[in-house]
Design a protein around this ligand. Sequence first.
Ligand code: BGC
Length: 350
Amino acid sequence: MKKVLALALALCMVFALCAVSASAEGKLVGVAMPTKDLQRWNQDGENMKNMLEAEGYAVDLQYASNDVQQQLNQVTNMINSGCDVVVIAAIEGSSLGSALDLAKEKGIPVIAYDRLLMESDAVSYYATFDNYKVGTVQGNYVKEALDLDNAEGPFYIEITAGDPGDNNANFFYSGAMDVIKPYIDAGKVIVKSGQVEFSDVATPTWKTEVAQTRASSILASFYADGSSIDAWLCSNDSTALGVTNALEDNYDGEWPIITGQDCDISNVKNMIAGKQSMSVFKDTRTLAAQVVKMVGQILAGEEVDVNDTETYDNNVIVVPSFLCEPVFADVNNYAELLLDSGYYTADQLA
Ligand code: BGC
């Protein structure tokens, strides 16, 4: 009896292995990443490549130096060179229309990775983190740290948001502003620069230097008289870094609360040094694993795991999405989140 069971188990295992490799065998997956300039996309790209290859897929991984035309060419090549599925983290969500049309024409499924692909019905699925929640975590942090419900105020804050070409940037901004705006309207929070609307606080391509230049000019124009800033609400770590640099160079007041997102190495170091108050950890391994699972399900003709079919409207269709959970990070829990989980080594943060 035992022998029969062992044989059955062995057959099941062989069958399971064959099933995995059967959907992956001979399949090529294109992975288009926006840039190598920002830390997270290097991690995303590496994770995707390693995980896909471990499943038996061939992988065409491309980075596009934040150049929209370059990414368009890369994706077009992926489609023309026979990729079976294409995974895209777009630089500019609306700029890949012609490549997406081609994918549709050839019946190649497209997965939007982290950033939604806009203005197209050729997007099969979307995997990301809960972007609105990222913003509310940042907004709530500021609200609680300043005790906005109880303290008298007024408090002075400034705001730095993300790239207008990235659909996520609106979600981060709205999530945070839905928490903070009522206090601005009530006069308890004052934005001295008067720059509150998304279009005024956006940071094209999320560049640290762009955020730094704008922050420096705000400091020179509105805080040079020695008045202090209580919080600088930043949508992510690359912009938080720019704001931190600007404050270091141009500000003598009490150090403000600074928010961020991604747990980039420089920013975690800044959290440890007391220069950045918090970040939001989005484990790129979790997102990559989810997308690899999607690829497998699509190619095996199985039902694809999604957990949101309402939020992500790309102006043509509502794209079925899987939202991973973002996690609050600060100096108190970074070691557990980032070191114990093997995301970084202690050396990287030293
Ligand atoms: C991502 C963020 C990242 C930003 C800049 C966004 O689309 O969701 O994690 O900080 O791009 O790269």
